[in-house]
Design a binder for this molecule. Structure first.
Ligand SMILES: *Cc1c(COP(=O)(O)O)cnc(C)c1O
Length: 370
């Protein structure tokens, strides 16, 4: 059994994907080919926003948005300590200071109740993460951002396809960054990303940042990056897009099966009313994780830990020149979650037998404790 089965996915769509790749090879428009714009338009429509700007990764999507807002040294940007490092890394890479706010104990998304106390006169933006495929609490976060005139960027790298009260992740706030890393809900076959926004001015800035700050050929108005989405990756994503809705449903069916059959055995993901998760991860919480991992291994069930170290304990942010000064007892909900979380196999091609095998492994692991 695979934790995420990319082979099964390729086999299922092989003809369409091969044709898409060969179409790009035949045209040799490797940079800024028409597939990039076609994908931007298709995904803007899917998400329900006016503008989409393709990027070379989720990380570059996040970074370029902060650059487009002019965030840099002296600025503070609030985010969650319980995420992949990229979320905070891009803040620090621009010379700004990441400020961590603890997470909600049920959803493990940024806790809006702790947000306002972290805002200072230097705060410029908030970057909530829609973790594991469930949107962060933008109903609570957006009004706070507005009141304090802060930018708000959804790190939607795990949540493309999720929705909140009927609105898609990516459309819930000023801007959102998505990743097409192969293991994400909509993955390409390399690196890729995209930013979504309704703000035409921001979209224009993002296009300039993406292309070395260029406003006209060889005329560079601002400092940018080489952040373009490859035409080949865009073509692969266009070929996969017609299957995405079905894949989301299949993920939700797997999650539904786990939720039903693991109920009462372990602490399960909490999906809030009005939220539809895309379950980029199905992450349970167990007090004795090492043992559960070993039992799963014995059953041939792969697991993963998202994430074992909260960002304020990461060496890069705990010591050295970028030390942020957090103590061992700070952000306790994130610290506790990092000890307990365990992600189970989750992809659209998990068979019924495989799902049963996962459930049996967890049952066995839990039986061993009592
Ligand atoms: C994957 C991920 C990123 C980074 O995306 P890349 O495409 O790998 O650069 C950023 N934030 C979160 C929450 C992610 O899961």
């Amino acid at each position: 059994m695979q934790f995420i089965d990319l082979q099964a996915q390729y086999r299922a769509y092989r003809d369409e994907i091969d044709a898409a790749i060969h179409g790009v090879l035949d045209s040799s428009r490797y940079i800024n080919g028409p597939q990039v714009v076609a994908l931007e338009e298709a995904l803007a429509a899917f998400v329900g926003v006016r503008h989409a700007v393709g990027f070379s990764s989720g990380t570059d999507s996040l970074r370029a948005t902060l650059m487009a807002w002019g965030i840099g040294p002296g600025d503070e940007v609030i985010t969650t300590p319980f995420t992949f490092v990229a979320t905070a890394e891009v803040i620090a890479a621009l010379g700004a200071k990441p400020v961590f706010v603890d997470v909600d104990p049920d959803t493990l998304n940024l806790d809006p109740r702790a947000l306002e106390a972290a805002i200072t006169p230097r705060t410029r933006a908030i970057v909530p993460v829609s973790l594991y495929g469930q949107c962060a609490d933008f109903d609570a976060i957006n009004p706070i951002a507005k009141r304090h005139r802060l930018h708000c960027l959804e790190d939607a790298c795990q949540s493309l396809g999720a929705s909140s009260h009927g609105r898609r992740s990516g459309s819930l706030t000023e801007a959102a960054a998505v990743s097409f890393f192969p293991a994400k809900p909509l993955g390409c076959y390399g690196d890729g990303g995209m930013v979504f926004t309704d703000d035409a001015d921001l979209a224009g800035r993002l296009r300039r940042v993406r292309e070395h700050g260029q406003e006209a050929r060889y005329r560079h108005a601002v400092v940018g990056i080489n952040g373009r989405l490859d035409t080949l990756q865009a073509a692969i994503l266009l070929a996969k897009l017609p299957h995405f809705a079905t894949e989301i449903t299949q993920r939700q069916q797997v999650a539904g099966y786990y939720l039903q059959h693991l109920a009462g055995l372990v602490r399960l993901p909490v999906i809030r009313p009005g939220q539809v998760s895309v379950f980029s991860q199905f992450t349970i919480r167990v007090p004795d994780r090492e043992r559960v991992v070993r039992v799963c291994e014995a059953h041939g069930v792969p697991t993963a830990i998202h994430y074992p170290i909260p960002l304020h304990h990461q060496p890069v942010f705990a010591s050295g020149p970028l030390a942020l000064g957090y103590g061992a007892g700070d952000l306790p909900v994130a610290v506790q979650a990092a000890r307990e979380v365990l992600s189970l196999p989750m992809h659209p091609f998990l068979t019924a037998d495989q799902q049963d095998q996962v459930v049996a492994a967890i049952r066995d692991a839990v039986a061993g404790t009592s």
